[in-house]
Design a protein around this ligand. Structure first.
Ligand code: GRF
Length: 198
């Protein structure tokens, strides 16, 4: 399957997907990386793996919809069939979601539906949960919602800081993101759980 990856920052999940492909664990090709922050390290990772990278700086677009229109155009230009949000720190609009309905995947560092939003790891620590984790899900307009593909749990240890806990969660993200992409591609887009159960 032909992937387009959206990422804003470090891009270790981008790396995990690229590595899964290189090792033959995921039958896919990364057609393009789209990133929104000129400083993002993920751009260097893409260059190292010969993946075309397109910078779409959100500050240069008057609205979220305008940015998303350009994203959709770029994804079509690179013949993308599935979109992977791997640390994409922008809220996406129906402009993007409807253009790739049921074909956009997000990774989030909590066991959804707990701790939506950008402070998920900090909130899990503050809540005192003893088990944290990560979720890969299909993207719908409501943030950090939508059908769950895979989850992984990790323990919260007594001395954890947001950094040490996030580090432990990351290790699981690298495992379940490629696996969830393979799973989603196998299931196909546009079918509900109920339809598949029949
Ligand atoms: C991950 O923890 C992901 O769950 C969240 O943003 C982080 C991205 O990390 N949405 P990286 O840029 O892939 O290293």
């Amino acid at each position: 399957i032909k992937l387009g990856i959206l990422a804003s920052g470090n891009g270790s999940n981008f790396e995990a997907v690229a590595e899964a492909i290189a090792q033959g664990r995921l039958n896919a090709k990364i057609q393009v990386l789209i990133y929104n922050n000129p400083e993002a390290k993920v751009a260097v990772r893409a260059a190292n793996r010969d993946v075309p990278a397109v910078l779409l700086n959100h500050r240069h677009f008057p609205s979220r919809e305008d940015l998303d229109r350009q994203i959709v155009q770029t994804l079509h230009q690179y013949d993308v069939s599935w979109v992977i949000m791997a640390g994409w720190m922008r809220i996406v609009t129906p402009v993007l979601i409807n253009a790739f309905a049921e074909r956009i995947i997000n990774i989030h560092p909590s066991l959804l539906p707990s701790f939506r939003g950008i402070q998920a790891v900090e909130q899990a620590l503050a809540a005192g949960v003893k088990i944290a984790g990560c979720t890969v899900h299909i993207v719908v307009p409501e943030v950090d919602s939508g059908r769950i593909l895979l989850q992984a749990a990790v323990p919260v240890l007594p001395d954890d800081t947001p950094q040490t806990l996030h580090q432990r969660i990351h290790q699981q993200e690298y495992r379940i993101l490629p696996a969830a992409i393979a799973l989603a591609a196998k299931q196909g887009a546009g079918t509900s759980w109920e339809q598949r159960a029949k």
